[in-house]
Design a protein around this ligand. Structure first.
Ligand code: MOS
Length: 722
């Protein structure tokens, strides 16, 4: 029984709760005597607030508090104590009168109902002393500067392997092109929202504990950031998030509205619920920044890459450096004799950018994989054959072996299912009636990340088990897949295992980001369950075990667990000697109307290898979701900034286009069996973002094949084809 649990296409264990509406999201938590907060946001992009007239708002029906820089509580270090780049953001918490972007929170109105708060918020009048704002990314490019080392997720922002210029001089064929991707916003279905209250500290010492129900991708990171921001000991903060309606990176760390809800609750002595409007989600809660990417490739006649150069510039805000690390992927994907990468930043008066599904790869792979396609045409070589020619059997960066790599199988299986062999190479050579037909492909890859985590497993006398982790399910299926991991390790049917998540009172776990939850939380839960089971077998009694894993997924706590961990380590360990990545290949058919420029994508095939698959159904669902999200990136998504005011012009789902059902054709997903003996105890790499990579380039390549027109600027809209 237990053997078949891993990988089984189990229905979501929380499916019934969700479809019956009984899954409680943050804003639905039953808290008594709750008041409603509404953000007031700035209407200039740069400058200072000279006066905030709140008199009218204060007299409005139901208003309880108008919190502004004049009366808001003072926070340690001007509200910056929780800053921890790139994870902990510089927030704007009404500690001063500065305005850094249009849409920045400048006041909070709290009232007895949501409608009263929203109406009164419209009555707050701000007078500003405006200053010149920098809003044009292209024009700002000459001001680009290098990021600090913290901005590149622990890697160097620049890299160099060999002499690229010399290799280019020797190259028979070259590609030299600039690719751009636009400012985008995440738009999860559930808007950001927080419900905060202060309660008597459970310690009974007369102090207060802050409790926040928050729609967050990380209850523990949020708890840590709030504790620092308010100068509280960790045990004086609790963050709860049982269900999350999507985050995609935008809920990876608390933004200003979270402490603001807590500040208002403190000032009012009453719980405050603060929900952002859709418009308010364009600016104060992260974005994918503009990127400008210059790629140069040089190759020999046989297609061997001699030189690769990838220089990327992205924008950040006026208050913080946040980097879209587009060129990291270029260091490891192909065997190239020489390679140089560079990251730069420019400051704009916009909200601070952040991680957005496959940050770095979704954007960087558009440039790199488009350039590979351009090179294939320069060489007259099939795009798959070109990639196979430059297949990296070891990671060229540091020459480390991969813990596992099944990219070759992904190319083969994807091409077979798609029918790639029937493709004719020449642009505009395939038609269906009046429609131009194009087939394009791209590689997919992401690093397989993990992080320390802890879990407690408790075997009860009635033969059931309870497993608790301070992780969260952001909609990806964590409740389900981790239940499967626990059932497998405990040797119990899934019905006898209850997994509890979403509470920082449970053992600490990392942010659900970087597609690392399955690996990080799965490994901790696996070891906790193994330890509890062994203890129960030894003593013949119900048992419990708390296990904490280290950075590579090995248990740190003493006792039986450590023995397990060492055994595992001897099989290959989990980190340093290996380069760990997931891989895939995506094949796209585009149909373009030659007169109207309308693009349709009737079918996509993706073949992916990401270690062991925990649940065939939720895994496939992740890939489908990522491909659809990537279609949005490729064809529609583009946040438009008014060049004078810095106001977002399309800050709603009517004007900010994401794919609808009619935009999505057939998506065929193949998951390649992959055994990775090195990655961690459960063999899992994580896959939530993998399928987000490659799609944009594959579509652009298909559009080129259909039309002969190379679009190097996302989104690929019909005006660019006319
Ligand atoms: Mo995801 S962008 O790593 O939350």
């Amino acid at each position: 029984m237990a053997d078949s649990i891993i990988g089984a296409p189990l229905d979501r264990v929380d499916g019934r709760l969700k479809v019956t509406g009984s899954a409680r999201y943050t804003a639905e938590m039953p808290v008594e005597h709750v008041a409603y907060g509404y953000l007031v946001t700035s209407t200039i992009a740069s400058g200072r607030i000279v006066r905030l007239d709140t008199a009218e708002a204060e007299k409005a029906p139901g208003v309880l508090l108008v919190m502004t820089p004049s009366n808001a509580m003072r926070l340690p270090e001007g509200g910056r104590a929780g800053v921890n780049p790139p994870q902990g953001r510089v927030l704007t918490l009404l500690q001063d009168e500065r305005v850094h972007y249009n849409g920045q929170p400048i006041a909070v109105v709290v009232a007895d109902t949501f409608e009263h708060a929203r109406d009164a918020a419209a009555l707050v009048r701000a007078t500003y002393a405006p200053e010149p704002a920098v809003l044009d990314f292209q024009a700002a490019l000459p001001s680009a500067y290098p990021p600090g080392p913290a901005q590149t997720l622990g890697q160097q922002p620049d890299s160099r392997r060999g002499d690229v210029d010399a290799a280019l001089a020797r190259s028979a064929v070259r590609v030299d092109a600039v690719y751009t991707t636009p400012y985008e916003n995440h738009n999860p279905m559930e808007p950001h929202n927080s419900l905060a209250y202060w309660e008597a500290s459970p310690g009974g010492d007369g102090g207060e504990r802050l409790v926040v129900y928050d729609s967050t991708q990380g209850v523990w990171p949020c708890k840590r950031a709030l504790a620092k921001t308010f100068g509280l000991p960790l045990e004086r903060v609790r963050v709860v998030s049982y269900f999350i309606g999507g985050g995609f990176g935008s809920k990876g760390q608390p933004w200003s509205h979270v402490p603001l809800a807590a500040m208002a609750a403190k000032q009012l002595g009453r719980p405050v619920k603060l929900v952002l409007s859709r418009r308010q989600m364009f600016g104060p809660v992260g974005q994918r920044p503009n990127t400008h990417q210059h790629v140069v490739l040089g190759a020999a006649h046989d297609g061997s890459l001699l030189a690769t150069r990838h220089e990327s510039t992205s924008h950040t805000s006026a208050i913080e450096d946040w980097l879209e690390s587009c060129a990291l992927v270029t260091r490891s994907l192909y065997r190239s004799e020489t390679c140089e990468t560079k990251h730069r930043l420019v400051k704009l008066n916009l909200g601070t950018p952040t991680f957005m599904r496959a940050p770095g790869e979704a954007t960087g792979m558009f440039a790199l994989e488009s350039a590979l396609d351009e090179l294939a045409y320069e060489l007259g070589m099939d795009p798959v054959a070109l990639r196979l020619k430059n297949y990296a059997d070891v990671d060229p960066e540091g020459a480390r072996p991969f813990s596992s790599k099944s990219l070759r199988q992904c190319y083969e299986e994807g091409a077979r299912r798609f029918g790639w062999a029937r493709r004719s190479m020449a642009p505009r050579s395939m038609r269906d009636g009046d429609m131009l037909v194009g087939w394009g492909m791209a590689s997919c890859t992401r690093p397989a990340r993990t992080a320390p985590a802890s879990a407690i497993a408790r075997l009860r006398p009635d033969g059931r088990a309870v497993v608790r982790v301070g992780s969260q399910d952001i909609g990806t299926g964590t409740y389900t897949i981790i239940t499967q991991v626990a059932a497998d390790a405990l040797g119990l049917p899934v019905e006898r295992v209850r997994l509890e998540l979403g509470d920082s009172d449970f053992p600490e776990a990392p942010v659900s980001a970087g597609s690392m939850t399955a690996a990080a939380v799965g490994t901790a839960v696996h070891w906790a369950c193994v330890a509890a089971r062994e203890k129960a077998a030894r003593t013949g009694l119900p048992a419990e075990a708390l296990v904490t894993t280290g950075p590579g997924g090995r248990p740190l706590s003493p006792g039986a667990e450590e023995g397990q961990g060492q055994r595992h380590t001897q099989q290959g360990g989990e980190s340093q000697p290996y380069s760990m990545h997931s891989f895939g290949a995506v094949f796209v058919e585009a149909r373009v109307d030659p007169e109207l420029g309308i693009i349709r994508i009737p079918r996509i095939t993706g073949a992916y290898a990401a270690g062991r698959i925990l649940n065939a159904k939720t895994a496939r669902s992740q890939m489908l979701g990522a491909i659809v999200y990537a279609l949005g990136q490729t064809l529609f998504e583009h946040t438009l900034v008014d060049p004078v005011t810095g106001r977002i012009a399309n800050s709603d789902l009517a004007e900010y286009h994401v794919p609808s059902n009619a935009d999505v054709g057939t998506i065929d997903v193949a998951l390649i069996d992959e055994v990775d003996p090195h990655i961690n105890a459960i063999g899992v790499k994580g896959l939530g973002e993998l399928a987000m990579t490659g799609v944009a380039a594959a579509v652009a390549n298909a559009v080129y094949h259909a039309t002969g027109k190379r679009v190097r600027e996302l989104p690929i809209t019909l005006d660019k084809l006319l």
